[in-house]
Design a protein around this ligand. Structure first.
Ligand code: HEM
Length: 350
């Protein structure tokens, strides 16, 4: 049901863009208004989430470590697993972000008759996750050619390198194939691995189906429906969007509006979904803190300046009233004040 719902949602989105973009005058809505709105929600939502995370108190050092912390000189310190300095933290983070190091240690467990449980290394997830993320990154960078005029040499070079095997005409980009293969693997894994399937929600399937649809519409546009789009008008629109002078100079073709609409939905969905791990990985205290709690006392930098009211000063403030109410006190009143307190009930009776 959960994945069927995601498919249905994406089909509805495709229909909206396909039918909507054919209504005269609606091209401007799908080509300009929706993308602008989507970028605003994306940026606003992203900044909002990052600010919320940055404001969260971190009352304890909670870094995850799985190696020897820095200790006495003769005890070998594991610099990557238990980073003690900022540069060690940066090294651990860089390896995690650039190579998905923790995913490399992924294992799978199987239960056999006996009962007997086995654990074995499982590298496929790591491999396809890397292919998926790097392909996505390169596809997005390559798309800059549609928004920049002239196209920077580095993007031209990336374009050339990505399509150098010259399979199909026009050449198939390796990252287009990587993106589709990656997203398919991640989706099939969710369906076929019963542990993962059990914990998967619609919010796990939806982004995969959405990204798959974006990649497939892009692929179709380049390789099969090339005649149906006006690539010059697309470039004009792309450059117009980033320079705030958008124009739609011809009938671009519905497949382009579908592609663009799905991308806009992805942008709107992004900040409010698990896709925010893009920003979150940098802000995760379990990863970005140093394990130096033996040397430095951790004080949460957001702690409010609390005015402490110790018992001694509390008693100083209320001693007279406490004595009057016969509450035991640690420090007696000076004799003259005690006399005044003793006389007070008598006066009250008069
Ligand atoms: C999350 C963002 C996006 C993703 C993942 C994505 C994905 C893809 C993929 C996989 C292709 C196949 C060929 C290639 O890789 O170049 C493609 C083609 C294409 N995309 Fe996108 N796209 C995105 C955003 C956009 C945007 C914002 C535009 C609007 C200008 C756009 C316009 C196009 C066009 C015109 C093509 C055909 C390119 C060609 O024929 O060479 N895409 N897209």
């Amino acid at each position: 049901m959960k994945y069927a719902f995601s498919f249905l949602a994406v089909i509805v989105l495709i229909l909206i863009a396909w039918l909507g973009s054919q209504i005269p005058g609606m091209q401007y809505f799908f080509g300009v208004a929706v993308p602008y709105l989507a970028v605003m929600v994306f940026l606003g939502g992203f900044v909002y989430r990052v600010i919320q995370w940055s404001k969260s108190p971190v009352p304890f050092p909670i870094q995850t470590t799985c190696g020897q912390a820095k200790s006495l000189d003769f005890v070998k310190h594991d610099r990557l697993e238990s980073p003690h300095t900022t540069s060690e933290v940066v090294a651990r983070m860089a390896l995690e972000i650039l190579t998905f190091r923790s995913l490399f240690r992924n294992t799978k467990s199987e239960l056999y008759d006996g009962p007997k449980i086995t654990y074995e290394s499982s590298k496929w997830l790591w491999l396809f996750a890397l292919i998926f993320h790097y392909s996505f990154l390169v596809v997005v960078i390559r798309h800059m050619r549609m928004f920049l005029n002239p196209v920077p040499a580095v993007i031209e070079l990336l374009n050339w390198a990505d399509s150098m095997f010259e399979i199909l005409t026009p050449s198939l980009y390796m990252t287009t194939a990587g993106l589709i293969a990656g997203v398919l693997f991640l989706f099939i894994r969710r369906l076929t691995n019963r542990h993962v399937r059990y914990i998967s929600l619609a919010n796990d399937y939806f982004p995969l189906v959405l990204i798959f649809a974006i990649a497939v519409t892009g692929f179709l546009m380049r390789h099969f429906l090339r005649g149906g789009i006006d690539i010059v008008a697309i470039k004009e629109l792309g450059v117009g969007l980033v320079t705030f002078h958008p124009v739609i100079s011809s009938d671009i073709g519905s497949i382009f509006y579908i592609h663009l609409f799905l991308v806009s939905i992805l942008l709107v969905y992004f900040p409010f979904s698990k896709l925010m791990h893009l920003g979150g990985v940098f802000l995760s205290p379990t990863r970005n803190m140093k394990n130096n709690s033996r040397q430095v006392r951790h004080i949460n930098p957001w702690n409010p300046d609390i005015k402490v009211h110790a018992y001694a000063s509390y008693e100083d403030e209320f001693r007279e009233f406490m004595v009057e109410a016969n509450i035991p006190v640690e420090k007696e009143l000076p004799p003259e004040e005690e006399a005044a307190v003793d006389e007070a009930p008598a006066k009250a009776e008069e």
